[in-house]
Design a protein around this ligand. Structure first.
Ligand code: GSH
Length: 228
């Protein structure tokens, strides 16, 4: 059994997508990050960087005590290794998927996150910052679109790279004209039609029933300094 510490954000969706696709049994522990629940000491013991997603695997790979794990990239890699699914075992195929997984973790997620922050969340609209992250988002969409040309999935077979990238592709929020990226649009439709993906988003809709305001979000999430 796995306990998934979760909220309804792109990084959270990655994990419900994996768990639903693999049919693993898990318990959802919602952590409402707009209400500050990520600073609860019990959660910090699992996720020292105060971010969702995180998990505890009560029957871990290799045996022994329950395994706490944070960082969605590491969690996806761990679950792929544990189940033997969604990550090739041959070295060439495996590292190709990991290359795109780390690309998502290092580029797509952080840059589109900044795009969202400066376009939507920041109280002060700063043209330089909006322009910078919009251009970088367009650049990254272009890289992904090229990779998807002639392929159903990012690395041919469905993998954790697709699960990591898909939740971040939100063109309407990111100032992106998806018409310019036809391979992404096609892949997005394929992803959206997968039963495991549909289930993951249905779970998010249930959890989201607990609404938060932009004001709550601003107070709790932005301007966090050193934790003492
Ligand atoms: N690199 C981390 C990023 C996780 C992350 O940024 N989580 C956000 C929600 S998407 C969060 O928990 N924020 C709470 C906070 O900043 O206090 C991962 O991929 O797991």
């Amino acid at each position: 059994m796995i306990t998934l510490y979760y909220w309804t954000t792109p990084n959270g969706h990655k994990m419900t997508i994996f768990l639903e696709e693999a049919g693993l049994s898990y318990r959802l522990a919602p952590i409402n990050i707009a209400k500050g629940e990520q600073f609860d000491p019990a959660f910090l013991a699992v996720s020292p960087n105060n971010k969702i997603p995180a998990m505890v695997d009560h029957e871990p790979l290799g045996g022994g005590d329950p395994l706490p794990l944070a960082e969605s990239g590491a969690m996806l890699e761990y679950l792929a290794e544990k189940t033997g699914r969604f990550l090739p075992t041959d070295p060439r195929g495996k590292y190709r998927v990991l290359q795109w997984l780390y690309w998502q973790m290092a580029h797509l997620g952080p840059m589109l996150g900044q795009n969202h922050h400066f376009r939507k969340s920041a109280a002060e609209k700063i043209p330089y910052a909006i322009d910078r992250y919009e251009k970088e988002s367009e650049r990254l969409y272009g890289i992904l679109d090229d990779q998807l040309a002639g392929r159903d999935y990012i690395c041919d077979d469905y993998s954790i790279a697709d699960m990591a990238c898909y939740p971040w592709i939100l063109p309407d929020n990111q100032g992106i004209d998806i018409g310019e990226f036809p391979n992404i649009a096609r892949w997005q439709a394929t992803m959206a039609s997968r039963p495991g993906v549909r289930k993951a988003y249905a779970i998010a809709d249930q959890v989201k029933a607990d609404p938060v305001t932009e004001e709550d979000t601003r107070k709790v999430l932005y301007g966090q300094g050193r934790r003492r």
